[in-house]
Design a binder for this molecule. Sequence first.
Ligand code: AHM
Ligand code: MG
Length: 338
Amino acid sequence: MNVNRNILTLDEFTIQSVRQFPHATGELSSLLRDIGLAAKRINVEVNKAGLVDILGDHGTTNIQGEEVKKLDIFANNQFMGVLQRGVSCAGIASEELDDFVAFDDDISKNSKYVCLFDPLDGSGNIDVNVSIGTIFGIYRRVSERGTIARKEDFLQKGHAQVAAGYIVYGSSTMLVYATRRSVNGFTLDPSVGEFCLSHPNIQCPDSGNIYSVNHGHFFRYSEGVRKYINVCQNKTKETGGPYTQRYIGSMVSDVHRNLIKGGIFMYPGTTDKPKGKLRLLYECNPFAFITEVAGGRATNGSTSILDIEPTELHQRTPFFVGSSKMMDELEACMASVE
Ligand code: AHM
Ligand code: MG
């Protein structure tokens, strides 16, 4: 097989973006580079996950005498570590940590950005060898540089993101990230250990035929959501169907597929959990940002996800994201029963 070695790597791509904009300082590129490194390290461990029973179970000691950490804690520590040692990040918030962490060394205090992430989303799927992912959103801090980051740096609306992305540890490992200008996907080439630009300028098709939702909760969804699911089930060739239902239970994989092929992903509220399950700041906002840059949309059923004013780090929200015309049809169904 001929391998094209002229494809841009993630580092080359981000540096190229800096070269195009004379005012760019390179701080965002450096942050993305740090994230790429954490992703490669997490990828190595995710690929070994099936060996955990041989090498030692979580919380036990492995064959080298090291304590085996849960993968999501490992991923969290990798992310936090690279961002703390880098020069661009003033602090982080993570699904794995109760509160945000403001880095207090002088370089971090002078850094421009904060990063919010879910280090290993869908981690319930690890034991059965199903794809999982990492999600991140990057914001320019609102507190003054030179001071330590504060809570308001993390509680910003999704619209304020300067970049957002995800890594999917799938049949290949991919890193996809968006700035306000474009969404680009990079596939890890394991032979050189680099993310290489494989999906330039991703556009979400304005319609598709895939809908992703947990059908097990059907009778606990609102009437509007049930109505839309019925519409999906009744699509014919004439109305753009038939639709296919696909639900991996790993949002990163589900939304990634829909972003490329066209589709809609839904995690609605239920009668027992009106706010659903997913977290606004580090699960929904990054995907809403990426999808909107790619031409799609994301809402909580009534408000654009990116317009929601956050009040807590770990707040949950119903989440609907995907191709614009499918989102229009969902909203029309929801509005028709109110
Ligand atoms: P997690 O952050 O605990 O891993 O949960 C988030 C995951 C998403 O990736 C996925 O879409 C969802 O949970 C699936 O939940 P459910 O099994 O309730 O459908
Ligand atoms: Mg999660």
